[in-house]
Design a protein around this ligand. Structure first.
Ligand code: ARG
Length: 588
């Protein structure tokens, strides 16, 4: 189903074409002055430039053509050559009927036949997820849902950080502690125990200790580097330990993502491209793209037009270890070979921007991208009240799991304050609180443009008023309860939609604008566009609800129309919340 805006643009485009101007001039947009008109078309001024003619004469001709089309109830010339447009109530009613029977609610099919691969940021093995990973998961998940709804084939990869120095640090710390000597015995050739010598909790304690030891003592750092390099060339005991790290971490990480309701398709990581690295470096060297420099192997990626200095991509350090730039480059090869995507989107902290620029340039120079466009969809940080990245009260990194628990607790408080869900069974109330807590976190995160930083303020995020996730959940629950109370005959009374009031028209226009919000959010990789859209929808609905009788409306046709509007608004609201990864409780 084409969107209303596209249909109007096509009609205006034809009018311009009939007068000998480019069709593109017919682009119609929502009016800047909704008090004067629903839509506007500004093409006559550029047309006058092309024809070196008088805009007024041109706009007259275009307006005359548009007036002949019954879809418009008003065509008015404004200012030097703008055209204000209103769509007739009949046309709106017809469109509303079409929307109600469209399973996809008018979703644009921008991704038809295309594949996008979404990189979920690269949380690290052996470290608990922290709030920085909240943003990757929340934004990545929402983008994946949006692209899928727009018809793309989506593949998401967690891309675990499992091959770098932190692995060597863990290994050497475990060696020092003498926890599992068998893995360090050069005379032993396996098999190694099935059972991991360390649990996720152990790793959470061992990793910070290892990292501190390396910071305090360069000898320990050297040792960790050596262990990293030995792991990477395949020393069996280290490799076996690494597998244990990966497995126990996966259990912990899965718990976090499950609780967020974020899912991805591939559990790959940096290590999974290990076999591709040596041949890739060979290839790059053979073609003169990679060169030796002070014992390291680098790919120079600076370009003459660079305004800022662009350092080379380091593939191999002088101690023989590879970095995550190396694995990221090899991963491009792997992804292109396995999935041949049209787009690879990296949903990773904005501070990694230079890193990705280096990797992308190297990939393009080497011709590794296939048809894929490589793009970094960076994001800002979630800050504490001090304006610095959010920490626990004790100053440590806040784990995602604890953050979700905190949000759930706050949501329970809010429910109690509002006197909601009080008489429901304990288990249901807990489930509602969890859904509200997660909605609060996700909506607060997604409603800012992803590149801006924002301040964590749980009290504000969990409020039932204002631009919050819980407000929207509550709005949906209220709509559902109106529908529950309606007489079933009201839904079957026929297709006759009767529109009378500006509130009804305003609501329909917003419902019909969903495809444009989805297309805009996709184009800009910006779920905040969906947040704005859905918040505006809830506000417009609230105006409609205040201004009209619904269940108590005596006129059958009006009651049926208004209930249909409630039903459609609920469908659209729920759909957009789903795109944001937010669930609506059945009742509250
Ligand atoms: N694991 C790295 C880190 O936490 C980020 C890796 C970025 N690359 C990627 N493909 N996601 O710093």
């Amino acid at each position: 189903m084409t969107s209303l805006l596209d249909e109007l643009s096509a009609i205006a485009g034809e009018a311009f074409a009939a007068e000998g101007y480019p069709t593109g001039l017919g682009t119609v947009q929502p009016s800047d002055r909704p008090d004067l008109a629903q839509f506007q078309c500004n093409g006559a001024l550029p047309a006058a430039k092309i024809a070196k003619g008088n805009p007024r004469a041109i706009v007259d001709k275009i307006a005359t053509r548009l007036k002949a089309n019954p879809i418009f109830s008003q065509v008015e010339i404004a200012g030097p050559g703008f055209i204000n447009l209103d769509v007739s109530d009949e046309a709106l009613a017809r469109r509303m009927g079409a929307l109600a029977t469209d399973e996809c609610l008018g979703a644009p099919e921008t991704g038809k036949g295309k594949t996008v691969l979404i990189d979920f940021g690269g949380a690290n093995v052996a470290k608990p997820m922290h709030v920085g990973h909240l943003r990757s998961s929340v934004i990545g998940d929402s983008l994946q849902r949006l692209f899928r709804a727009d018809g793309w084939h989506t593949i998401s990869d967690v891309h675990l950080g499992d091959w770098g120095l932190q692995m060597g640090q863990l290994i050497s710390e475990i060696g020092h502690r003498g926890i599992a000597p068998i893995y360090f015995d050069p005379g032993y050739t396996g098999p190694y125990p099935q059972e991991s010598p360390v649990s996720m909790e152990d790793l959470e304690e061992i990793y910070p200790a290892a990292s501190a030891a390396c910071k305090a003592d360069t000898a320990r750092l050297q040792e960790a580097r050596r262990a990293t390099a030995e792991l990477q060339v395949g020393r069996p005991g280290y490799r076996a330990l690494w597998e244990h790290f990966f497995k126990v971490s996966r259990v912990g990480l899965e718990r976090e993502w499950d609780s967020l309701g974020a899912h991805f398709d591939l559990w790959k990581g940096e290590a999974s491209v290990e076999p591709l690295i040596a041949p890739m470096i060979e290839d790059l060297k053979a073609r003169g793209l990679a060169v030796e420099s002070e014992g390291a192997v680098i790919v120079p990626v600076a370009e003459p037009t660079d305004k800022k200095e662009m350092p080379p991509l380091i593939l191999v350090k002088s101690d023989g270890a590879v970095l995550y730039g190396t694995t990221d480059l090899a991963t491009v090869i792997d992804r292109v070979k396995s999935h041949d995507p049209d787009l690879i989107l990296y949903v990773v902290d904005q501070r990694q921007h230079t890193h990705f620029e280096q990797v992308f340039r190297a990939a393009r120079k080497a011709g590794y991208c296939g048809k894929a466009q490589l793009e970094h969809a960076g994001f800002g940080t979630m800050n504490g009240p001090d304006g610095k990245p959010f920490k626990t009260r004790a100053g440590g990194v806040m784990k995602l799991y604890d953050l979700i628990a905190m949000a759930t607790e706050e949501a329970e408080k809010r429910l109690a304050e509002a006197g909601l869900a009080a008489e429901y069974p304990e288990e249901e109330r807990k489930d509602i609180a969890r859904k509200i807590g997660i909605a609060a976190l996700k909506f607060a995160d997604l409603s800012n443009h992803r590149t801006s930083d924002y301040v964590f303020d749980l009290a504000r995020f969990t409020r039932f008023e204002g631009k919050t996730g819980p407000y929207l959940q509550y709005a949906a629950v209220r709509m559902q309860s109106i529908l529950n109370k309606a007489d079933s005959a009201d839904f079957t009374r026929g297709e006759r939609v009767v529109l009378h009031t500006p509130e009804e028209r305003g609501l329909i226009l917003q419902l019909l604008a969903l495809p444009n919000a989805m297309a805009g959010a996709e184009q800009n990789r910006a779920p905040n566009i969906l947040c704005d859209y859905v918040f505006t929808l809830a506000q417009i609905f609230s105006r409609f609800y205040t201004a009209h009788h619904i269940l108590s409306e005596k006129d059958d046709a009006l009651r049926t129309t208004r209930l249909a509007l409630v039903g459609l608004t609920l469908s659209v609201l729920t759909k957009v919340l789903t795109l944001l990864g937010i669930e609506v409780p059945k009742r509250m």
